[in-house]
Design a binder for this molecule. Structure first.
Ligand code: 3PG
Ligand code: CO
Length: 546
């Protein structure tokens, strides 16, 4: 993995720093754009005075099945780190189902065999067509196949989304799905929703930010402990009536008949966690598979056949049983730099820490070279982020500035979570504040990088805060009869900025000849800035020497 020294580019005399403004895209309209609305004098000035291009950050440019799919942090950071586009979970699962490959694997056979020995087959996962963590079509295909293979009893544990899809769209999924289940149910096929709740309330925590979420999910799905309702529809309608909560924050619920939960998870059952993306699947998978487990009081561990849609962590082999092989992302930027003696530094707060390490390194936990790499996690607040939209951007910047000044690192990367995590709340004012907080930090950080003769790349993994209102199919803002807008919590399809900030006469300029440049073009660019030629199969660099 030796990199060739470039004869065209001389290495930047100071550190090269990638600054990922998570969820900050470039929207073509003004309405509902928290990025444009915010007063961000520093970002505006940098964008106006340094070379900048817009990069594609969604759809096929990041390995999603189609250009209708928005980008997300997993695929975005994979593309940044890999310098190439790999077919991602969403695509691999859809293909595995379409080709029938999924049904031929050991994992599916074991799941079905367990259920046919008298166990219940449980499907647990994010219940929407967001295609970021899961897709409802994958769930349907598995239920139908289970029926066809003679499984008698299926129970569903549904995590309501409202974060990758419309913020109050839960019933648009639940109601047609109940009708669909009615059509499948029969004398020898018993299928029903058994439990559920909002994805930010139960089960889908990530990076160990808040294990209590997973505990709440465990109690609801496995032990059937929670408020009881006759149906998921009733639960959602009741919660909405009682308090003004959006789907992702709906409390957990248990579906019961005569006081008895419809589907607790017990010895001899099979459980499929049908999310394909790893970050929010790891903690619940650990709870189901680790014999000795301390993050929360789990009660007796039921002996179940547990399968993930994918393996969520290839290093720890979690979970050991999985339905579809994850993408194998090899020869990442991080690995090349480590093998060529370049010191690296990565920093973010908890909510995005795995993004700039694990996802950036091709879904690999740990470092390539302990001596050359430093990874820093600043603990995130455990509060709804609209309450503290500045999040930890100031603390991250304090620590990062010290790292830049130390002169110890040649390549640094940071993820600021604000545009994304606050964007996901759907709160426009908070997203504007988030952007303003972020801009203050850029005003502190950029001069230090320049003072150290470095280069800053300001970019993003996908859009989010750039569209805070729902749009119709034509791209116009949706307004109700009173003219009010509807909050949009999900990512956008917009491109993201790529701004190259360096001192005078840096010896390069942006190339104008790259067709449809995307996030994956960034890695080769970074290698050039560090004075190397990029590997031949990396997507082309965005700069040329002058
Ligand atoms: C989440 O997990 O919070 C969203 O589904 C996706 O957000 P991310 O891709 O920006 O992490
Ligand atoms: Co996001």
């Amino acid at each position: 993995m030796k990199l060739e020294k470039s004869s065209r580019f001389s290495a930047c005399p100071g550190p090269v720093v990638t600054i990922v403004l998570d969820g900050v895209g470039i929207s073509p309209r003004e309405d509902g754009d928290a990025v444009k609305t915010a007063r961000t004098p520093t970002l505006d000035k940098l964008m106006a005075s340094y070379p900048m291009i817009a990069l594609r950050a969604h759809g096929t440019a990041v390995g999603m099945p189609s250009d209708e799919d928005m980008g997300n942090s997993e695929v975005g950071h994979n593309a940044f780190g890999a310098g190439r586009v790999f077919a991602q979970g969403a695509k691999l699962v859809a293909e595995s189902i379409a080709s029938g490959h999924l049904w031929q694997g050991h994992a599916w056979h074991e799941v079905v065999a367990t259920a046919k020995q008298g166990g219940t087959l449980h499907f647990l996962g994010l219940f929407s067509d967001g295609n970021v963590h899961s897709h409802i079509d994958h769930l349907k295909a598995m239920i139908e196949r289970a029926k066809q293979e003679g499984v008698a009893k299926v129970r569903l544990h549904i995590l309501l989304d409202g974060r990758d899809v419309g913020e109050t769209s839960a019933l648009d999924y639940v109601d047609p799905f109940e009708a669909y289940l009615d059509g499948l149910r029969g004398a020898d096929f018993d299928v029903a929703i058994a439990s559920g709740g909002g994805r930010m309330q139960i089960t889908m925590d990530r990076y160990e930010a808040d294990w209590s979420m997973v505990k709440r999910g465990w109690d609801i799905h496995v032990r059937g402990l929670g408020r009881q309702f006759a149906s998921a529809h009733e639960a959602i309608a009741t919660f909405r009536n009682e308090a003004n909560v959006i789907d992702q924050d709906l409390p957990g619920f248990v579906i019961a008949k005569d006081g008895k939960p419809l589907g607790t998870i017990v010895d001899g059952d099979a459980v499929v966690f049908f999310n394909f993306r790893g970050d929010r699947a790891i903690e619940i998978s650990r709870a189901f598979t680790e014999e000795s487990f301390s993050p929360f009081e789990r009660g007796p561990l039921p002996k179940v056949t547990y399968a993930g849609m994918m393996q969520y962590d290839g290093d720890t082999k979690l979970p050991p049983r999985f339905l579809v092989e994850p993408p194998t992302i090899d020869r990442t930027l991080g690995e090349y730099l480590a093998k060529n003696g370049i010191s690296q530094y990565a920093i973010s707060e908890t909510q995005k820490f795995g993004h700039v390490t694990y996802f950036w390194n091709g879904n690999r936990s740990g470092k390539f070279d302990e001596a050359l790499e430093t990874y820093v996690e600043i603990p995130s607040d455990v509060v709804p982020f609209e309450q503290r939209p500045w999040m930890k951007c100031a603390e991250i910047t304090d620590t990062l500035i010290a790292a830049v000044r130390s002169g110890k690192y040649q390549y640094l990367r940071v993820n600021y979570a604000n545009g994304d995590m606050v964007g996901h709340t759907g709160n426009f004012e908070a997203a504007v504040t988030a952007m303003q907080g972020l801009d203050l930090q850029l005003a502190r950080l950029i001069p230090v990088i320049l003072e150290m003769n470095g280069t800053a790349i300001i970019t993003a993994d996908h859009g989010n805060a750039d569209e805070m209102y729902e749009l119709d199919k034509k791209g116009n803002v949706v307004r109700n009869a009173e003219g009010r807008t509807k909050a949009k919590t999900s990512h956008t399809l917009n491109p993201v900025p790529f701004v190259l900030v360096s001192g005078e006469n840096p010896g390069y300029r942006l190339r104008g000849d790259i067709a449809a440049p995307g996030l994956s073009n960034s890695a080769a660019t970074i290698l050039n800035l560090l004075g190397f030629e990029a590997p031949d199969d990396y997507d082309p660099s965005l700069i040329e020497a002058v």
